[in-house]
Design a protein around this ligand. Structure first.
Ligand code: GTP
Ligand code: MG
Length: 290
């Protein structure tokens, strides 16, 4: 892939956005299996690694109070993407997509942020889906409707969080769980939506561990695959378009050649006939000599 794509991470209150961002960065800044994540500033780098150290000691981040964009460069197998994560109070997501109130600078910034996305990773805590399914379904379907009204629909990954805690609640079939509790959102996005259930942490009664790198990077991996697949489709369509333009050109050239051949034959025929008639006229006219 050339150029960069903006991937955003969204989610409601306490979905696990802040923890996800920190743990993902912790695993990827040093590189893992061809994927590297680079923070846009040293301060951000130190802050994210610091919050993971705190998590390991069992200190969970406080609920996010203010909107804050994090910029990363995400590289996979030499291809670069622009990963923008907006850490914001999940309450703001509710305000914009449930109350439909774009009445503050923060709400407007969240909307601007949403507009410029090639990919959207939506994080949702299954326990809050069950507890507030009607409200969340309404929020998410407004988010998807917002994207449907735009010229280009981004790719979506719908990632249920906290699998270490609630794998029984969701069961084996994530799509069934989503269709049961979020029917409108599931219908709007249809079969194109990639769904998964993962966790950033592995909590036990006595300790908090980080989930392993493969698990944590799964949503981003699914998103990159979806974006890449779309780019392959575009490239394939461009090749097909070029091939059919070439076909049309070849046909036009043949048609022109045939036309020119017919025209030349016609002109040659007219000329020959003219010469023959001249010759015949000359031989049939009464002799003047003698
Ligand atoms: N068991 C478990 N708990 C998690 C996981 N990820 C996050 N949590 C818990 O969920 C709580 C909320 O996580 P945050 O990352 O702060 O959620 P948020 O979406 O940033 O929340 P707001 O900033 O309030 O919108 C944390 O205190 C963690 O205890 C996970 O993978 N497993
Ligand atoms: Mg937060």
């Amino acid at each position: 892939m050339t150029g960069s794509s903006t991937i955003i991470v969204l989610g409601g209150p306490s979905a696990g956005k802040t923890v996800y961002l920190s743990v993902l960065y912790h695993h990827l800044w040093n590189g893992s299996d061809g994927m590297i994540m680079r923070a846009g500033s040293g301060a951000m780098h130190t802050e994210l690694l610091g919050s993971v150290e705190a998590l390991k000691r069992g200190t969970m981040p406080p609920a996010t109070q203010a909107l804050r964009p994090y910029e990363f460069e995400l590289e996979r197998n030499g291809q670069k993407y622009h990963l923008r994560c907006l850490d914001y109070p999940g309450e703001l997501f509710r305000r914009v997509f449930f109350d439909l109130a774009i009445d503050s600078d923060e709400a407007r910034e969240l909307m601007r942020f949403c507009e410029d996305a090639a990919g959207v990773i939506v994080l949702a805590d299954p326990a809050s889906i069950v507890a507030n399914s009607a409200e969340l379904d309404y929020c998410l379907s407004n988010l998807f409707r917002f994207y449907q009204s735009r010229p280009v629909m981004p790719k979506f990954v719908f990632a249920l969080t906290k699998r270490d805690e609630n794998s029984e609640l969701v069961g084996k079939h994530v799509a069934q769980f989503v269709m049961l509790h979020l029917p409108h959102s599931a219908r709007l996005l249809g079969p194109g939506m990639r769904m998964m259930h993962f966790s950033s942490l592995a909590k036990t009664r006595t300790q908090v561990q980080l989930a392993n790198v493969e698990v944590v990077k799964a949503p981003v991996e699914a998103m990159l695959q979806a974006i890449q697949q779309e780019q392959i489709n575009w490239a394939r369509q461009a090749v097909l378009r070029r091939a059919s333009a070439r076909d049309a050109l070849v046909k036009a050239a043949w048609f022109l050649a045939l036309f020119v051949t017919l025209l030349l034959s016609f002109l040659a025929g007219v000329y020959v006939r003219h010469v023959v008639e001249l010759h015949r006229g000359a031989t049939m006219s009464p002799g003047t000599g003698g």
